[in-house]
Design a protein around this ligand. Structure first.
Ligand SMILES: [Fe+2]
Ligand SMILES: [Fe+2]
Length: 267
């Protein structure tokens, strides 16, 4: 089993597709992941399941790799192991999770925006333009920049987990560019297609960060680094135009009211 703990997950899944299905059951999305060079033991470390769940998962994987054999499951020592249902954040990470809430509200309104899409009228174009302004300023310049220019600098940028997150940010930017091109040409189909793709991408991306990336980063930062990070985030917030942030919040609140977005949609 030790040998497989040190094998890249894509190699294991290619040889034993059933392993991918088992990981999916634990909400570990290695099958659709485009990178896939994480070792099995890294995946256990990053996802940090409660110990009994992790042992059960490894036992099931061992059964697929060595059918019918009795395999010793190695105990993976780890400080700060997560307990079932427990998801807490350090103050800087909590700040990012809180920013996600506003982004999730915009993302939740997108299907309704698409339903009412009207690039022919000035009013219709305004909703699209304002949504793009929100994404560009709040989600990208304000939030993603805090991640890319401050938080991620504390980690090795060649780590698979960071490559995946970077790719998501780049894909999100490409969708925004495509939405604007569609708006220019009053191409309703193109706007709808890329708004929907942004909706799907960001829904998964935020879940990935809240549930996997930030808790993993928290476990790997020292107390001094957490403090430094918090003050750097505060500095970045201080340098941001408060009026624009206020307008972003106001716009999302208007959307919520207009489209009657339910609270459950942003959970
Ligand atoms: Fe992100
Ligand atoms: Fe984020």
């Amino acid at each position: 089993m030790e040998e497989y703990l040190n094998t890249p997950i894509k190699e294991i899944i290619t040889k034993f597709p059933k392993v991918g299905e088992i990981l999916e059951e634990y909400n570990i999305g290695c099958v659709p992941c485009k990178v896939g060079s994480c070792l099995l033991k890294d995946i256990m470390e990053i996802h940090n399941l409660p110990e009994n769940e992790e042992r059960e998962l490894l036992r099931r994987i061992a059964q697929v790799i060595y059918p019918g054999k009795k395999i010793e499951i190695p105990r993976i020592e780890r400080k700060n192991r997560r307990k079932a249902g427990d998801l807490t954040y350090s103050p800087p990470m909590k700040k990012l999770v809180d920013e996600h809430v506003l982004i999730k509200k915009l993302v939740a309104a997108i299907p309704k925006i698409i339903k009412n899409l009207d690039p022919e009228s000035e009013k219709g174009r305004e909703v699209i333009r304002k949504s793009v302004d929100f994404i560009r300023f709040y989600a990208d310049k304000y939030h993603h920049a805090k991640e890319e220019e401050i938080l991620f600098k504390y980690f090795d940028e060649n780590l698979d987990i960071l490559k995946v997150i970077h790719e998501d940010h780049e894909s999100a930017r490409a969708h925004v560019r495509a939405i604007l091109e569609g708006l220019d040409k009053k191409d309703k189909g193109k706007i709808a297609e890329h708004l929907m793709a942004y909706h799907e991408l960001l829904t998964e991306h935020i879940k990935k960060e809240d549930e996997i990336l930030y808790p993993w980063m928290d476990r790997n930062l020292s107390t001094a680094q957490v403090g430094e990070l918090f003050s750097k985030f505060n500095e970045a917030d201080g340098a941001t135009d408060k009026e624009v942030i206020g307008n972003c919040k106001k716009f999302v609140e208007e959307l919520e009211k207009k489209y009657k977005i339910k609270k459950e949609a942003v959970k």
